[in-house]
Design a protein around this ligand. Sequence first.
Ligand code: ALA
Length: 890
Amino acid sequence: MDSDQIRRTFLDYFVQRGHRLIPSASLVPHGDPTLLFTSAGMVPFKPYFMGLADPPAPRLTSIQKCFRTSDVDAVGDASHLTFFEMLGNFSVGDYFKSEAVGFAWELCTKVVGFPADRFWATVYTEDDEAFELWRRQGVPASRILRYGEAEGNFWTMGETGPCGPCSELHYDFGPQPGCPQCARDACHPAVECGRFLELWNLVFMTYYQAEDGSRTPLPKKNIDTGAGLERWAVVLQGKETVYETDLFAPVIAEVERQTGRRYQEDEATTRAIRVVAEHARAAAFLIADGVMPSNEGRGYVLRRVLRRAVYFLSRLHHGHGAGSMLERIAAAVIDVMGAAYPDLADRGGFVLRVLAHEEEKFAQTLERGAELLDQMVEEERAGGSDLLPGDRVFLLHDTFGLPRELTAELARERGLRIDDAGFEREMAAQRERARAATKFEFEEERLRAYRELAHIRTRFLGYERLTAETTVAGLIGPSGVADSAEAGEDVELVLLETPFYAEGGGQVGDTGWIASPTGRVRIQDTQAAAEGLVVHRGRVEEGWIAVNDVVTASVDGEKRLATMRNHTATHLLHAALRRVLGTHVRQAGSLVAPDRLRFDFTHIGGVKAEELREVQRLVNEKIRQDVEVGWRYAPYQQAVEEGAMALFGEKYGDEVRVVEVCEPEADACFSRELCGGTHCLRTGQIGLFLIVSEGSIGSGLRRIEALTGAAAEEYVVAQAHTLRSLADRLSVPVDEVERRVASLLEEVESQRRRIQALEREVGRREVESLVASAERLDGAAVLAARVAATSFEAMREMGDLLRDRLKSAVVVLAAAFGDRPNFLAMVTPDLTGRVHAGDLVKQVAAVTGGGGGGRPDMAQAGGKDISRLDEALGLARTLARERLSSPKQD
Ligand code: ALA
């Protein structure tokens, strides 16, 4: 069976048994800050299991693309992957253990045709029911093992989330040579000698695990299963590792072509080729789902994977600089996977550009990191150590992206070892920082309250109106669900209907008032706590408010209208960018607030001023045409087929809202997006659109900030005012300001050049007198003097002149600038064996309370106490004399 047949067979089987087929969700989990990546098939269904949202059907099946960071360092062996496809069937409160076991067994042994006598099953220690179920399918009792939590038979998502005991199916390849347990006929799946391969995990999902580790029952009993497509392919295609299956073979072949190496040439080569292939595949999928390389969060994980790929490529190809090897390898990935994942194929061009860009950049970083390493090695050696400390290795890894393996190798070539334990400590500290940073700060109390209120579905009225008469359906006080709250207390109110928009799709939540006959609540924010559960956050300002109160909810209209202008303008901006820059442009983030809009988008390279002007012109043209902004509901698939821009991370749902700006007479719409936000009725209401800034916010990512409506007007008025007063000060009319400023700048520049020339002349004369004052010691000159320079650059220039004149010399110059003493030490190459400029300047600067260092021939340092400058120069002279008269030591 090729991998596509496996996918089809699996899905057909479950669809025929009443399961709704759900397409793979994005690798970036939608609305779940507890997770960096979609790491299992059940992730998009988490709200269903928790009872926070209704599933589209009680039985679901999917093939979910997954990414896991836990095994990055193990990639390269036979089976560990960062990216993989998980086949799964799910029951949300529908069938349970017996059907799940029955389905799995029938599909494996009757439909797919795995030989039944190769299977072993594992069950959770005390799960007699599961044990009995496998027995009934005909699995011999000797091959049903009871494993505890330590062996992985209690599945959890992570620190929190739905979880439950699980039961696994393992495939037995037969005894492995070299395995003592196999030899004694005592081997079992937990031994990990390569004999067993886990093919399917069935989770009997019954609990919710809270942050403190406590487990409470979920509303219903559920089934969540996961089977690795790649592993099935290994067995069904009779291969030894995933890399030989049809999912990887063409990619491996491309790595071989690019590097001129052979897979299985030797162990290290095989591993490197696998890492490159695996990481190229994972990176391509991550980028296609909107992740861009960066230094934090998801982007950092992507960057790490990419850099490992480039590093291993450089090992395979002896040096990088081969250009876009990774790009061509990823093209092979897209060839293999594009049919099953059309999004990957659609965004292929963009994916490849990002990869080529990152590869090129990292090649440079690798070089810079290597230079820095040279410096560090020198310092350590000078200090008599042959160990590169862990914090240095970590710095190279963290700041310069130099993988530890590479640092170790380069250091070894220079005769140093690296401090592995120290590096591990730094890494552990960083992991702890990262963990603390990504941990969801969610008070358990509040989460519990939301689950309690999850049955309430607030109807949103805010597309048509800004006030509504309605009823308080739920109330959350400081310690959970409550009946009432009074003046001074913070509350979250849940209403039966609401005109308040809950933050989403980049648009901020509405603010306003909720008033009852007995009290008033100032609403500062509106959020969706779960699907359909809208909470209005605020503070009771007067009286008190209670559940079942009839209230008037009024949105702050002026703010909301301003927000609507910015939201509609955001859609026009997105469309205009795609017209002007190309259709690779995609929204990567967006903020729609009352006072401004911010739009992040993917685009490699800069945006020219005239392109930006054209974008702004197009948007304003649409505004002047005063086109109607229409919206309607449509099935997701239809909307996407009609060309609606679906954003990354959009969740599959039956009906989506489409917002479009179409002129009646034109056949194509200017803008069409899936969007739940609130919009102007007509584009003319935006009034004016002004881009106030544009720039890069990371590789391949750019940000535009813009204003509309009254904010844009105020901006123009303020700018005009500034220009007017500038013109007044320059005593010219406004349209001559530019010329006047240019001529003033020219004047300043020519003055600067004159001063520089003068300074240089003074410096040259100073050099002459310095040369004359140098002391001679055994043919070498020693010079330590104060000079009038005002920058390190000027000092270095003098240093160079002195070197040329003195030929063999130790020179220390001191100058006062920036209120501080500064030092430059220079040693001619014939003397660096005896005097190290870096060490010298360090000791000298220390006299004035400063520090610094550098190369053996040139170094600089800054000090603090200017009154001790002469003393410092005296020490410089003494040290230089001492070292020059000591015997040469090389
Ligand atoms: N969610 C389960 C897993 O990831 C099936 O193994």
